[in-house]
Design a protein around this ligand. Structure first.
Ligand code: BES
Ligand code: MN
Ligand code: ZN
Length: 472
């Protein structure tokens, strides 16, 4: 899909298959469509009178003006002007649905008619490119009948902001949308395809297409040398080899300390010996969504050529039970030297992440943010509308919360109090890997905090926000 911003003043000269006019409550069609030929305006007046043309949601009227460069004028009732960013996103998604149903491959939208009360103009253009890109995603990798190829190829946004900033907003929106689609695709792939080795190969391919990215893959022997026994305890029950992936993006100055993104990449989480119940166990293929978002982010960041250094660190493992699997009661020594009593093999994400957090110290990072589908308790606390946000740095926490707000991918601050940390006490090791039934998302975060003391760190528990199990 290609996005082009053009000045709305010349809207009648837009050469395309269909031009969409969003029509809102209180709009006067004559002033909105100033310049349209009298014949069309007369028809519109009649349609309005007859009730065919209405600002009610999803009313559609199509005209074929003679004196315009486009073939079709489509007026779409959109209800009230969007009041919030969430409203704007809903409006843009409904415009995509209309555009997708129209014949032809090139459509234009009068974006200047949308009053973006909840968002800046730049943000609205970015949201449009992002939403159109993500709305066009279809999963068909393992279906014998492939999705129809995308008919919509070109979108012209008629705007009062068709300047350089507007164009950058479109490019960035598309780059972010493509990064999101990458994350969704990796999440959707079945766990027999999307294995740790697959994730490592995927990272390699990503870097192949982009000279600003460099990838290093560590195998189990190399992780053993680094003493990552917490991470390795998770992979003990499976034949699928674990991989650690380091991707470096260098867009900043050579000496700039990187921002590190750490991703949980459990390609299937059966729970291990502490086996999960059977119902919905298939959904645990999504337990690598933290890793998928790190890969998608690096893809987007490198496409946008952002002037920063970003390093992605992914722990890719499969958690299965077997005769060689880790048992409840086992004690392991993490890379940091701290010992851990594994009381529940289903609390495996933190075991993977803690060694990655220790490993990340070598980058002398400006910040470390880990992203993980870490706890069911976070889903209980916040549902699927927000991720749990923990941090040892108030500024970093605020910045992440604001970024989530800006993209409507929200995170909500949660505490890291000592009282919770105490729940991790163990009689046989420095800590247990679970903190009992209460405050499960918080005690998991407290566990991680013990490995993130040497830098500014934040943790996003994305267990609720990562996937949506309702049918499309
Ligand atoms: N991957 C799960 C967390 C999860 C559960 C994500 C449901 C999305 C939906 C994680 O590895 C896990 O199993 N956590 C346990 C921790 C418990 C044993 C302390 C949980 O949440 O039940
Ligand atoms: Mn688990
Ligand atoms: Zn898990």
């Amino acid at each position: 899909m290609e996005f082009i911003a053009k000045n709305a003043a010349n809207w009648l000269k837009t050469r395309c298959d269909s031009l969409i006019i969003p029509f809102f409550t209180g709009d006067d069609i004559h002033t909105r469509l100033h310049g349209l030929d009298d014949n069309c305006l007369a028809q519109l007046a009649r349609l309005h009178k007859l009730g065919d043309l209405d600002s009610k949601k999803d009313t559609l009227v199509t005209l074929f003006p003679q004196q315009a460069a486009f073939n079709r004028l489509v007026i779409k009732g959109c209800g009230e002007q969007p009041a919030t960013l969430a409203d704007l996103r809903q409006l843009l998604a409904s415009l995509y649905k209309t555009a997708d149903k129209l014949p032809g491959s090139h459509i234009a939208i009068r974006c200047d008619l949308i009053r973006q009360q909840g968002a800046s103009d730049r943000q609205a253009l970015q949201q449009l490119a992002m939403l159109f890109t993500t709305e066009s995603y279809r999963y068909d990798e393992t279906l014998s009948k492939k999705a129809d190829p995308l008919r919509l190829k070109k979108i012209t946004l008629l705007s009062d902001n068709a300047n350089a900033a507007g164009k950058t907003a479109l490019q960035q929106g598309q780059a972010i949308g493509n990064g999101m689609n990458t994350a969704r695709q990796l999440g959707n792939l079945p766990p027999n395809i999307c294995t740790p080795s697959y994730l490592a190969r995927f990272a390699g391919q990503l870097a192949k297409g982009n000279s600003s990215l460099q990838v290093k893959v560590l195998d189990e022997a190399q992780m053993k040398k680094l003493k990552m026994h917490a991470l390795l305890s998770v992979t003990a029950g499976t034949d699928e080899p674990a991989k650690m992936v380091v991707i470096e993006y260098k867009g900043g100055k050579p000496g700039d300390r990187p921002h590190v993104l750490v991703g949980k990449g459990v390609t299937f989480d059966s729970g291990g010996i502490s086996l999960k119940p059977g119902a919905k166990m298939d959904e645990m293929k999504y337990d690598m969504c933290g890793a998928a978002s790190v890969l998608g982010t690096l893809q987007a960041v490198s496409t946008m050529a952002l002037p920063v250094n970003v390093t992605g660190v992914i722990g890719a493992v499969e958690n299965l039970p077997s005769g060689t699997a880790t048992k409840p009661g086992d004690v392991v020594t993490s890379m940091s030297g701290q010992t851990i009593e594994i009381l529940n093999t289903d609390a495996e994400g933190r075991l993977v992440l803690c060694d990655l957090l220790t490993y990340s110290e070598r980058f002398k990072p400006q910040s470390v943010v880990d992203i993980a589908t870490l706890t069911g308790a976070c889903v209980v606390a916040l549902g699927s509308h927000a991720s749990g946000l923990y941090s040892n740095d108030d500024t970093l926490q605020r910045e992440l919360q604001q970024a989530g707000e800006h993209m409507h991918d929200r995170a909500w601050p949660m505490p890291l109090w000592d009282d919770y940390d105490k729940q991790l006490k163990s009689n046989f090791a420095d800590m247990a890997n679970i903190g009992g039934p209460e405050g499960g998302s918080v005690t998991a975060a407290c566990f991680l905090a013990r490995f993130a003391k040497n830098y500014r760190w934040a943790h996003l528990d994305i267990a609720g926000a990562a996937w949506n199990s309702s049918p499309k």
